[in-house]
Design a binder for this molecule. Structure first.
Ligand code: TEU
Length: 550
């Protein structure tokens, strides 16, 4: 059990991708004013923390993850005054606000980079990573997340600069102490305004290896992450900034194992509070219950009692969980509730990505022109340039396109799902007439109402936060049934999940006969077919039981 109790360990986080959340001025983009107008909706869900995707000044090549001024608000989103009002309104509702912060790279239009690229002896040259080419080629054979090479030639000064993502996102040189000091000052600028923490973007990429050696396999881009010196930077960040505030920090840590993850979040490490790992979303393309159980087992074994994990199955980079990892067809409602039950009863802080709470689904656009995501468009161009059939390339990219999760929030069944009175920046998912907030709010058995009950349970029962996790051995190798307990002191809960389109008849564990079970929450009505020693689980049925003490 994690002994040190804190507010952020007990929290549920709601992620707002503001540009797709609610458009208050009809320009087709969501905005901060629109978010303010919908805060009661978020508060009524019962969540504690709002994670706001980047709203800083940006040319918007990567939807705000290319920052050109860390201390100004992108006009598309609003103004600093509106942002101040947002923070105040979030706090007035008893919620907290964490900001998404991108310090691995800036926009190529950031003044720092404009100075750095202006000449080889500019004082800010070393704030970025510049290298000579090799025989007219880039310094090494690395690719980036978004392009075939991680190096971009700069004619003016006859050198290449390094970018882990798009050409328009040059990496900062974290070896430079002056740069680090400036980043820490900027962090304090936001913390002194009263925010409650940061989601730290691509934080595992800050350190680069000496000499930039060639990679054996340039396509396996983990060489971008977890390089020597990384934890020195994060520890210094904590010493200089984080530990001086009552905040939560969550690292987006690519390619980490549980052992590496513990280096970021071990409470004795004094680096970050919690993390997102990607052993599921980056490395498990489709649902695989046995693999998912094994991942959960390993992370629990290494972290529990030492550091805090997070639980999520979708976000603005990963397609909607009910489509990718559940059933978005005939069992969409039950499946969305089952996935929610799983994420909120497994050990770790649960994250809700906007629209997940009404079971929004992934999307399929017919042409590449309807997609916006730079990652997808760059990859499409790269593959078509290799001579592959464009339609086949499009189909190969659709399922995991980041735009699947970026279609506008579906508020009601009016034009553009009530998201905007203008033309939405990206098409609304055509199923908005069936799937929308208004419909869910009017239905006592909706997914939204189920999320409310799940979150309410967490508020009332610490076992969901601090309880030890244990799978029942009999079902550990079951491909569909996930059966585990959470135990805190005398309180023990039994969670039973039937992740399948088929029903499943389950013999109750001898320790837990029906007479010992008190049903706390389920996504189906009670089943008359249940007996004293067997329960009849319907497709995608989830149940949370309290075990009555003998
Ligand atoms: O994503 C970072 C990213 O793509 C990887 O580090 C991560 O392992 C995983 O692949 C994401 O699923 C962040 C932002 O979330 C993304 O929207 C930005 O495009 C990117 O950084 C660059 O800032």
């Amino acid at each position: 059990m994690n002994n040190n109790k804190t507010w952020w360990k007990e929290s549920v986080v709601y992620q707002v991708y503001w540009r797709s959340f609610y458009d208050s001025d009809g320009d087709g983009y969501g905005d901060l004013e629109g978010l303010i107008q919908k805060l009661d909706y978020i508060r009524d869900l019962g969540v504690d923390i709002i994670w706001l995707n980047p709203v800083y000044e940006s040319p918007d090549k990567d939807n705000g993850y290319d920052i050109s001024d860390y201390e100004a608000i992108m006009p598309k989103a609003g103004t600093m005054d509106i942002w101040e009002r947002l923070l105040s309104e979030v706090h007035a509702r008893g919620m907290k606000l964490i900001m998404d912060l991108v310090v691995n790279h800036t926009s190529d239009r950031h003044p720092w980079f404009l100075e750095s690229r202006s000449s080889r002896d500019n004082p800010k040259r070393d704030w970025y990573i510049w290298r000579d080419g090799k025989n007219g080629e880039p310094p090494n054979n690395w690719r980036s997340y978004f392009s075939p090479s991680a190096w971009e030639w700069d004619e003016a000064t006859g050198q290449y600069y390094f970018h882990s993502f798009a050409v328009e996102q040059p990496d900062l040189n974290w070896k430079n102490p002056e740069l680090r000091r400036e980043i820490y000052r900027m962090m304090r600028f936001w913390l002194d305004k009263g925010i409650d923490g940061f989601r730290l973007d691509a934080i595992a990429l800050l350190a680069k290896p000496e000499g930039f050696p060639d990679a054996e396999n340039p396509e396996d881009i983990r060489y971008l992450t977890n390089n020597p010196g990384l934890h020195d930077y994060i520890r210094e960040m904590n010493e200089q900034v984080f530990r001086h505030y009552d905040i939560v920090t969550v690292g987006e840590t690519a390619f980490v194992s549980p052992e590496e993850g513990l280096k970021f979040v071990g409470e004795d490490r004094k680096e970050l509070n919690t993390l997102f790992h990607f052993e599921v979303c980056d490395e498990m393309p489709a649902w695989d219950m046995l693999r998912f159980k094994e991942i959960q087992r390993r992370w629990y074994k290494v972290l529990w009692g030492k550091g805090t994990n997070s639980q999520f199955l979708n976000n603005h980079d990963h397609t909607r969980q009910v489509t990718r990892y559940g059933n978005d067809g005939p069992y969409r409602v039950q499946s969305a509730k089952l996935l929610a039950t799983m994420l909120h009863t497994l050990p770790g802080i649960p994250y809700i990505y906007q629209g997940e709470e009404i079971g929004m689904t992934g999307v399929r656009f017919d042409s590449i022109d309807q997609y916006n995501d730079i990652a997808m468009k760059n990859r499409y161009d790269e593959e078509v340039r290799k001579g592959r059939d464009p339609q086949e390339v499009l189909q190969s990219l659709q399922a995991l396109s980041r735009d699947n999760s970026r279609t506008p929030m579906q508020w009601n069944d009016s034009l553009h799902a009530g998201f905007t009175t203008g033309t939405p920046w990206i098409n609304v998912n055509p199923n908005y007439k069936e799937i929308n907030v208004e419909k869910d709010l009017s239905d006592p058995n909706s997914i939204y109402r189920y999320y409310q009950k799940l979150i309410e349970l967490r508020k009332k029962h610490e076992v969901m936060v601090y309880g030890d996790f244990e799978e029942l051995p009999e079902w550990m190798e079951d491909k569909h049934l996930y059966v585990y307990t959470r135990t805190l002191g005398d309180t023990r809960w039994l969670i039973v999940l039937n992740h399948s389109d088929e029903p499943s008849s389950m013999r109750l564990p001898s320790d837990y006969p029906a007479s010992a079970l008190q049903l706390l929450l389920s996504n189906y009505p009670e089943n008359e077919a249940d007996t004293d020693d067997r329960i009849e689980l319907r497709p995608h049925e989830a149940r949370i039981y309290a075990i009555r003490r003998a």
